[in-house]
Ligand binder design. Structure first.
Ligand code: ATP
Ligand code: MG
Length: 765
């Protein structure tokens, strides 16, 4: 069995020991995920039916990668393994079993926006102060109750919870929870937490169903076990109870979701739950250089609460970790981008060998700007999902309504979009009529003359007839034809088509992209049912990363540290290492929160294979104002012997700029790269220096294969410029958006010329 040769003795033992409970708690990069992957492959190779294997991963991407790897050993059989995130796997099971717990099988999945909108409506009805009862706060409270398997009934009689709510001056959360739960149920909708909460109810109240899935999933495996919450823990425990063939892997030092209810106790419980538990130790890190592994260990050693572990690397000692200071966040983005070019040109890396990790999504802006200016292709993971865009959600709401007309959030979203004269007052009338008559909104809308009068009744009738026509088409057509029919007849395509602003065009394109995705789905040969309802089923669970049709593209990855869990990259930048940003402002007042933040830093460091750069800025725009920043305490927590400081003397960054108080920004002069290239490496040539000329396109002269000139957005009308061929001129006007800005430039003796800035190599004189 060749594939077993890629494992060390401990890993191999864990792979081959497929019977009974197994746990691996080991440091980052020690091959935990690899053990699960090989274990599944091994099970299949030794005769286990892949339909009997359930693997739970933390992201959809992780399960896709794992399936691909298993496919390399086992071929097409890999398709049949049950594998995915907790949410996606149990959503799939609930589709089959929903009716047993009173839901339609085509239940809608409410995303967080939908949930908060329901909560806001309830707050309004109860006339509660929406500052005190902020939707976010209430939502988190309900979410946390569900993740601890506390129903609204239990919530209301739990003394401790009641005392907390009273102390927080929000005694009515229990009541809001009750109304919220009933509202979702009436709408045939489950929120994200319900997917696990209701699975628990299903398995508890229906022993036959539990038995069916216990028999089905004879082998269970859970990756990133340290981040499971109580609700997930309970599901796993129930499913594994019959055969006890369960293997969990995790690292307590990487537990970073306590704020969402993840409970480290689950690791400790595991030992208690399974007395015959076999525990395997993995100590060798195969991912990173010695310097990176040792630096990470020196940081995490500062945490008091942790299980003891040894980690070592036999890889090269490697470069020291570089700490780089920037003066502003924009400067930070620029430095990172330049450093990527430097590494690529001197060491031959691809773009996909680089990742930029940050604490908060908002930090991506400065990074993006830096990368765009140097024409470095990048992809942001986990930002606003394609499926969260307004226009996409609007059309999807029509789809949702077609299959589940009870879906009240969908009704509210589209009943007056495009405008058809059914405004907020009318919607309130529908809600009141529904409540008074104990009907759903849809029952009112589809029998309007029974509940409301006059013009509104006619308008509602038209709307209901339209939705019914969608339902009729959906029965006959495949996903794409149904979707197109709806987009056309609901008026969304026309509405967006007639909006010829730049935003309008991009919204229209997004709708087209959604339709293209559905078309692709309709043409798939590996699935039998191709209705739009099937496509729609778990759309709420999809993230940006899942829509990725060009996943093999060579791009730099940008993401939060939370979404980088489990991943690895040759070169990693951790940016924004500043007090109040990382560690975050909210975490510095309690040890538990600070330790979670430190674990997050540990996760970030351990993503790097070869080179790690940590950057910080001394000032940054936050909440719209320029704020001074101090370097993060975490930098000092790394044992100094693993560091290479690139911050002293201040001039070593060769930043020779002036701060323009009026514009609140730095005007920078050209400067050298941050690091000196190693001897023998091809150093990027310095920008050609011309008298009195500042080349904003200096980087365009770096001999990088396939590297196009940068995008100077600093150009303005009226500026004097110089062009290689046309000589001196003046910018008359600029039009278009980056990267396609077109300039009209007047050149002496030649008149006006139109130039695309990205190619023109203009210099400001
Ligand atoms: P994390 O805690 O970050 O999730 P992990 O413990 O899951 O890390 P893996 O991602 O499984 O670690 O492995 C880290 C890297 O080391 C991967 O590139 C993997 O292929 C490699 N690796 C693991 N074990 C071995 C081995 N025995 N021989 C060679 N490479 C290995
Ligand atoms: Mg892993």
């Amino acid at each position: 069995m060749d594939y077993l040769e890629g494992l060390n003795p401990q890993q191999r033992a864990a792979v081959e020991n497929t019977k009974g409970p197994v746990m691996i708690v080991a440091g980052a990069g020690s091959g935990k995920t690899r053990v699960i992957t090989y274990r599944v492959a091994h099970l299949i190779q030794t005769g286990t039916d892949p339909f009997n294997i359930l693997v739970l991963t933390f992201t959809n991407k992780a399960s896709k990668d794992m399936r691909e790897r298993i496919g390399k050993v086992c071929g097409a059989e890999a398709k049949n393994i049950w594998m995915g995130t907790f949410h996606s796997v149990f959503a799939k099971i609930l589709r089959v079993e929903a009716e047993k717990i009173g839901y339609p099988s085509n239940f809608t999945i409410y995303d967080t926006d939908d949930s908060k909108s329901v909560i806001r409506a309830i707050l309004k009805e109860l006339q509660l102060d929406d500052k005190l009862y902020a939707a976010n706060f209430v939502f988190n409270r309900i979410s946390s109750a569900k993740n601890n398997l506390i129903s609204w009934g239990e919530y209301q009689v739990n003394d401790q919870i009641q005392a907390e709510d009273i102390q927080n001056k929000r005694p009515l959360i229990g009541q809001i929870y009750e109304t919220y739960a009933k509202r979702c149920f009436r709408a045939g909708a489950m929120d994200f937490d319900d997917l696990l909460f209701k699975t628990n109810i299903l398995l508890k109240e229906h022993p036959d169903v539990l038995n069916k899935y216990q028999q089905k999933f004879k082998y269970l495996m859970v990756d990133e076990y340290q981040d499971t919450n109580f609700s997930q823990y309970t599901i796993v425990k129930k499913l594994a109870a019959a055969y006890q063939n369960i293997c969990v892997v995790g690292d307590d030092a990487q537990s970073i979701y306590a704020f969402r209810g993840a409970n480290i106790q689950n690791i400790l419980n595991f030992e208690r739950d399974y007395p015959d538990l076999k525990v395997y130790k993995l100590e060798q890190n195969y991912r990173s250089t010695q310097n990176i592994v040792d630096a990470a260990s020196s940081v995490i050693a500062k945490n008091k609460n942790q299980l003891e572990k040894n980690v070592f690397s036999e890889n090269l000692e490697g470069d020291r970790i570089k700490i780089t200071r920037a003066f502003t966040d924009n400067e930070e983005g620029k430095m990172v981008a330049e450093s990527i070019i430097q590494e690529r040109t001197t060491k031959g890396y691809n773009h996909k060998d680089f990742a930029i990790l940050y604490r908060t999504n908002a930090q991506s802006r400065a990074m993006e700007e830096g990368l765009r200016k140097l024409n470095i292709p990048y992809k942001i993971y986990g930002g606003q999902s394609f499926y969260q865009r307004k226009e996409v959600k609007d059309l999807i709401a029509y789809f949702r309504l077609t299959f589940n007309p009870k879906d009240e959030e969908a009704i509210k979203r589209v009943i007056n979009y495009p405008k058809r004269g059914i405004g907020d007052t009318s919607i309130d009338k529908i809600i009141v009529a529904a409540d008074q008559n104990d009907k759903t909104m849809w029952e009112v809308i589809s029998n309007p003359h029974m509940f409301v009068e006059g013009r509104l009744a006619n308008q509602l009738n038209d709307f209901a007839v339209m939705i019914q026509s969608f339902q009729a088409e959906a029965k006959k057509l495949d996903a794409y034809d149904t979707a197109l029919f709806i987009a056309q007849h609901a008026g969304i395509l026309k509405e967006l088509y007639t909006d010829d602003s730049v935003e309008g065009r991009s919204r229209y394109e997004n709708i087209q992209e959604l339709l293209n995705g559905i078309k692709e789905f309709s043409e798939r040969e590996d699935i039998e049912e191709k209705g739009l309802d099937i496509f729609m089923q778990d759309v709420a669970l999809l993230t940006n990363d899942d829509k990725d049709s060009d996943k093999n593209k060579d791009t730099v990855s940008l993401m939060t540290i939370h979404s980088a869990k489990g991943l690895e990259f040759k070169n990693v930048f951790i940016v924004g290492l500043e007090e109040n940003l990382f560690p975050s402002q909210l975490s510095v007042n309690s040890r538990a929160d600070l330790e979670e933040e430190r674990r997050l830093f540990y996760v970030a460091i351990t993503r790097a294979e070869i080179k790690l750069t940590i950057t910080y800025a001394t000032s940054r725009y936050r909440w719209g104002t320029l704020t001074n920043c101090e370097p993060s305490r975490f930098i000092n927590e790394i044992d100094q012997k693993y560091l290479e400081l690139d911050v002293k003397p201040a001039k070593s960054n060769v930043f020779e700029g002036n701060f323009d108080d009026e514009k609140k920004s730095w005007t920078s002069q050209p400067r050298n790269f941050l690091t000196k290239p190693k001897a023998g490496a091809t150093a990027p040539s310095a920008p050609p220096v011309r008298p009195k000329t500042t080349s904003l396109l200096a980087k365009a002269h770096i001999p990088t294969p396939g590297f196009a000139p940068s995008l100077p957005h600093e150009f303005q009308g009226g500026m004097e410029v110089e062009h290689e061929k046309f000589g001196f001129g003046k910018i008359i006007s600029l039009e278009g958006n980056l990267p396609d800005v077109k300039a009209t430039v007047f050149f002496q003796g030649l008149g006006n010329k139109q130039l695309l800035l990205k190619f023109a190599k203009l210099m400001i004189v």
